[in-house]
Design a protein around this ligand. Structure first.
Ligand SMILES: [Zn+2]
Length: 68
């Protein structure tokens, strides 16, 4: 069984006025879908190609073997 490397976005790494500590991890598609909804609903971002780009750029590989 292939090991899927999960991606993560840690909201604490974003400058934010609301002191958000959300952490999203999963496959790239899952993280992107959740992070997009979160950015729009919580951080008042507009849905845009730039937002998608920012989120993809902020995504990192989760360290292998991480247990959260
Ligand atoms: Zn957030």
């Amino acid at each position: 069984m292939a090991t899927v490397v999960r991606k993560y976005i840690d909201c604490r790494e974003f400058p934010s006025e609301i002191d958000c500590s959300l952490y999203i991890s999963g496959t790239q598609d899952e993280v992107l879908a959740c992070a997009t909804q979160h950015a729009i609903s919580t951080h008042k971002h507009e849905m845009s190609p730039e937002l998608t780009e920012q989120l993809l750029a902020a995504m990192k590989d989760e360290p292998l073997g991480a247990r959260l």
